[in-house]
Design a protein around this ligand. Sequence first.
Ligand code: NAP
Length: 181
Amino acid sequence: MPLSCHAFIAASLDGFIARPDGSIDWLEPFNAADEDHGYDAFIADKDGIIMGRGTYETVLGFGQWPYTRPVIVLSHSLTVDDIPDSLADHVAITDMDPTELVAALAEEGWQNAYVDGGQVIQSFLNAGLLDQMTITRVPVLLGSGRPLFGSVAADMHLNLIGSRSFPSGLVSSTYRIAANR
Ligand SMILES: NC(=O)c1ccc[n+]([C@@H]2O[C@H](COP(=O)([O-])OP(=O)(O)OC[C@H]3O[C@@H](n4cnc5c(N)ncnc54)[C@H](OP(=O)(O)O)[C@@H]3O)[C@@H](O)[C@H]2O)c1
């Protein structure tokens, strides 16, 4: 069975996922204990998480590892020796290209993966590997930062599956990428 890849990511209204230095401090006011903005339901059927080195390094900085699922970090610069001992059972590093990785994980029995990180999401999109995206728009303009999206070889069409707004002002929309695989 092919591996279904889903992104779940917050972006400023002007399309950034982080400040230029990688900071996501602008998300903090929205991290309420009593509102997960759909995350628990999203993660429930995921076999694991594929993320870019940029995202991994931010999460490492949190101090406490937030994931209960296996995490695979895409990187050409990190090696297994860079993984802290405390995470050795939870994190793997790979320099496979996304198509190879998705095939290998499907072979291992993964059915649904959470794909995270702006550059990695763009790679998956351009390789035709992303099936769905849940984008949560945050009502803030950052003016500059790390973009969620980049160039595409041709127009890419998406179908809206559903949209939900929260009292906090966040608006979360889930799209299926049309004509994918
Ligand atoms: N707003 C949100 O919800 C949200 C979610 C996630 C992350 N973030 C923030 O976004 C920032 C990270 O995103 P990002 O776009 O800068 O980086 P990213 O996608 O997390 O990581 C990019 C890095 O992954 C490695 N990589 C290996 N293979 C790749 C491939 N096929 N495609 C793309 N990258 C590949 C490269 O590192 P090497 O040089 O090691 O090869 C590349 O520099 C962080 O600041 C994080 O805090 C925000």
